[in-house]
Design a protein around this ligand. Structure first.
Ligand SMILES: Cc1ncc(COP(=O)(O)O)c(C=O)c1O
Length: 390
């Protein structure tokens, strides 16, 4: 959980004069509102009673079929969930026993830590570098550890924007298979590549030479970042023995995800979705380029920033490890700019001199003005050289 102090400060970022890079939300002006309106109209006109009725826990079959076809798996390996966030919770419920070792990236998605925490795992951080998880370090770590799960976001990671190269994905697969670890691959940003070449998902690599029941990779996908998060529609795909358990957990949690939303999304598949992905990639690519350029020019020397090939975030590290970006946030907000401090994204060994920036909900002018202000805040903090206090 973020500290209440951060939450209080982030409330101030709602003020119109504050340029906020703190959000984790997709750009709302890109939502396909007309298309969703028309699709809803068609669904209710043609299939009204079915769209408003209870339906199967596994999810709307045409939607599951589409997901299954893309990954060349059978539909009984797909469970629809209300957002990936629910997928994470349900996976925690069926896979984690108290005390189980769950390996996570350093840093990782805060929401996954929150989703798994109630099932009382022991989180262990895996060493990462600019390319993500370091396979050799993972292998060494696993030698002395009885780990059950590895949770990873290998593509345009939240919070860092990093992408794990193909060779490391293959190495990860080999190591986890050898050591009996199941990978949970979270892929909400997979479609949002704006530069560089496509890299196969770990799930795809695993599927090539595993039978459906032997797969040691479970993947989560979502329509949140490519259509709209308010639809709350996502999925988990994986071996049948896991999906069977998920169905039971899902039934107990909420019977099924909203039928109407699943049917609307099914109407949007292919044409609208493909076009939408193109629009989002282009817009996010432009905004990322502006931010990376501004960061290079305006943040003081020694400050490093990741250079994502897709997704929504970049990750800044300040050169002085004694600087804490949590109290520094108050100074930033005084200068009308906001970010998310890095500390909450670490399961254990937090590096407090880090912060996350989102580039997707700001205009070019806001990005330039905001990064200018952030540069001044960081320069000021570095020149004082003493840890800030809240
Ligand atoms: C890595 C990661 N996983 C899961 C989610 C949750 O997505 P959803 O809207 O599908 O619940 C997010 C949302 O930001 C995310 O960044």
């Amino acid at each position: 959980m973020t500290s209440s102090a951060i939450r209080e400060i982030l409330k101030i970022t709602q003020r119109p004069e504050v340029i906020s890079f703190a959000g984790g939300l997709p750009a709302p002006e890109l939502f396909p509102i007309e298309e969703i309106k028309n699709a809803a109209d068609r669904v209710l006109t043609d299939h009204g009673p079915a769209a408003l009725q209870y339906s199967t826990t596994e999810g709307h079959l045409p939607l599951r079929n589409w997901i299954a076809e893309r990954s060349r798996i059978s539909p009984d390996m797909v469970q629809i969930t209300s957002g990936s966030q629910q997928g994470l919770d349900l996976l925690g419920r069926v896979l984690i026993d108290p005390g189980d070792v769950v390996l996570v990236e350093s840093p990782t998605y805060l929401g996954a830590l929150q989703a798994f925490a109630p099932y009382a795992p022991r989180f262990v951080e895996v060493a990462t570098d600019d390319d993500g998880i370091v396979p050799e370090a993972l292998d060494d770590q696993l030698a002395g550890l009885d780990a059950k799960l590895l949770y990873t976001i290998p593509t345009f990671q939240n919070p860092t924007g990093r992408t794990l190269p193909l060779a490391r994905r293959e190495a990860l697969l080999e190591i986890t298979r050898r050591r009996g670890v199941t990978i949970i691959e979270d892929g909400p940003y997979n479609e949002l590549r704006f530069r560089g070449g496509e890299v196969e998902t770990i799930f795809e690599l695993a599927r090539r030479d595993s039978s459906p029941d032997e797969l040691n990779v479970i993947m989560l996908g979502t329509f949140s970042k490519v259509l709209a998060p308010g639809l709350r529609d996502a999925w988990v795909q994986g071996p049948r023995h896991v999906i069977d358990k998920l169905v039971q957990a899902k039934q107990a949690a909420d019977l099924h995800s909203p039928t109407l939303n699943q049917m609307i999304i099914t109407e949007l598949l292919d044409d609208v979705l493909t076009n939408q992905i193109k629009i989002i990639r282009e817009a996010y690519g432009q905004r990322a380029a502006i931010m990376i350029d501004a960061v290079a020019r305006k943040l003081p020397e020694g400050v490093t920033c990741t250079n994502p090939e897709g997704g929504m975030f970049c990750w800044v590290t300040l050169p002085d490890e004694t600087i804490d970006t949590e109290p520094m946030l108050a100074e930033a907000v005084d200068r009308n700019v906001a970010y998310v401090p890095g500390r909450p994204f670490y399961a254990t060994g937090a590096r407090s001199n880090t912060l996350r920036l989102s580039y997707v909900t700001s205009t070019e002018e806001q990005i330039r003005t905001g990064i200018d202000a952030l540069g001044a805040v960081i320069a000021d903090r570095l020149s004082r050289g003493v840890p800030a206090r809240l």
